[in-house]
Design a binder for this molecule. Structure first.
Ligand SMILES: C[S@@+](CC[C@H](N)C(=O)[O-])C[C@H]1O[C@@H](n2cnc3c(N)ncnc32)[C@H](O)[C@@H]1O
Length: 413
């Protein structure tokens, strides 16, 4: 089959995963920077290496690492928050300007009075009085108001800090990606320091920016919103234009695996970004499909077992795999001959049956002109991402089968 190699060098147990702009914003199922970095170092294709692509970019880990290595990159994600975070993380903001604005914020927050808030219309935030106190909403609005007075480029830096705060000061249980309201007893004790949190994040991010700006390679990092399940715009990525892919795709639909849409809805609604409510249905596997659009040997038995056990769960799995297959089919022609793809995948368990998505990934790429090189099995020591592994999306609950990540490395023939 497709050879797997367990390699403890890929654990990165003691690595600092928050270096550079990687500290900016949490995101579900983030790839750790050291994985992207080591893949670029060890598996860079021979010959031309000018463009790295990430088709499910998330918070842009691969793009930042490409930029640090002096490689141009293109990323796409249909989640607007993912694009906002990625854009900020690859930007070389002007540090003097950011520091000046930060002092302004500190001064103005100190003299804050609710009467100074210009916009107190929160209707864009669904059910806002259920999720926030009035006092918190006004303070968030005041921060937005200040940010809007900054120059356009610097606004993004502060928006990203605000984006994390918008979720953290809501009544949602922050340990979960899904939207669950806190218990009555938690609510009684909950009195978030909106300005303090915001300043803390902006200052932390400023340190990351300083590190990042110290390594300017003059490369371009472009961010898009196309959906590779449907097609890839030829004017952006013509055939054979990509030298390397470093990515971590979803491993199932967002309803039953990682709740990207629910996690992102706070910021997507606050900033009035599109598709906020509907996002989980638009992501891979979000539309129900009943019949497989692929033939597979590698996971045939698993799919049969799931179908026998539960036809509804089977349909969920197929809906995702169909989209994933279409995406691989569309991606394959844009990789140049001799180019490399590195897909970091998780093998979820449905109805007690583990689906080896690494085999499926390798099988589908093989069908579209790739040769399997190696699949590196990486142990996940990191408690930071339990929800990737937990079907319930509850922090701390970890399904045993998800304690490994599989890095599928293949070459275009
Ligand atoms: C595992 S996350 C990527 C995490 C990323 N590597 C990081 O470090 O933050 C998978 C991403 O795929 C995105 N996604 C899901 N369906 C997609 C699609 N059809 N096209 C593009 N992105 C999609 C989700 O929004 C999510 O951001």
């Amino acid at each position: 089959m497709f050879e797997r190699r367990i390699d403890n060098n890929w654990n990165f147990k003691t690595a600092n995963t928050k270096e550079f702009t990687h500290c900016y914003h949490t995101y579900p199922a983030m790839m750790i920077p050291q994985v992207a970095r080591t893949l670029i170092e060890q598996f860079a294709p021979q010959g031309r290496f000018e463009l790295l692509f990430d088709p499910y970019m998330g918070s842009g880990t691969s793009l930042v690492e490409a930029s640090l290595k002096g490689v141009n990159s293109i990323g796409t994600d249909i989640n607007p928050l993912a694009r906002l975070i990625s854009k900020a993380k690859v930007s070389h903001f002007n540090i003097d300007q950011i520091e000046k604005y930060l002092s302004e914020i500190q001064l103005l927050s100190f003299t804050y009075q609710p009467e100074k808030v210009i916009n107190s219309d929160f209707s864009r935030v669904s059910n806002y009085s259920f999720w926030y106190s009035k006092e918190v909403l006004l303070k968030l609005s005041f921060l937005s108001q200040m940010i809007a007075s900054f120059d356009i480029e610097s606004q993004l830096f502060f928006k990203i800090a605000l984006s994390e705060v918008v979720r953290e000061v809501s009544f949602t249980r922050n340990s979960e990606f899904k939207r669950f309201k806190m218990s009555e007893s938690q609510l009684e004790k909950f009195n978030p320091d909106v300005f303090g949190l915001f300043e803390g994040k902006a200052m932390r991010n400023l340190q990351g920016l300083k590190q990042y700006n110290a390594i300017k390679n003059g490369v371009s990092s472009q961010i898009f919103d196309f959906n590779t399940v449907n097609s890839i715009p030829i004017e952006i990525l013509p055939p054979e234009s990509v030298d390397m892919i470093v990515t971590s795709p979803p491993y199932g639909d967002s309803h039953t695996t990682v709740a990207y849409g629910q996690f992102s809805r706070w910021a997507n609604e606050w900033f009035g970004l599109c598709d906020a409510k509907n996002l989980d249905n638009l992501l891979m596997g979000g539309k129900r499909q009943l019949v497989a659009n692929f033939e597979t040997k590698s996971i045939k038995n698993e799919l049969q077992q799931i179908e026998i056990a539960d036809t509804k769960r089977y349909a969920e799995v197929i809906s995702f795999l169909n989209d994933y297959h279409n995406s691989i089919k569309n991606i394959s022609p844009i990789i140049r001959k001799g180019g490399r793809i590195c897909f970091v995948v998780g093998n979820r368990t449905v109805k007690g049956v583990q689906i080896p998505l690494d085999y499926f990934t390798a099988e589908m790429f093989e069908k579209y002109g790739f040769r399997h090189d190696i699949t590196i099995v990486r142990e996940i020591p990191n408690k930071r991402m339990p929800s990737k592994n937990s079907p319930s999306n509850i922090s701390g609950q970890k399904a045993a089968t998800m304690s490994n990540e599989y890095i599928v490395v293949m070459n275009k023939k």
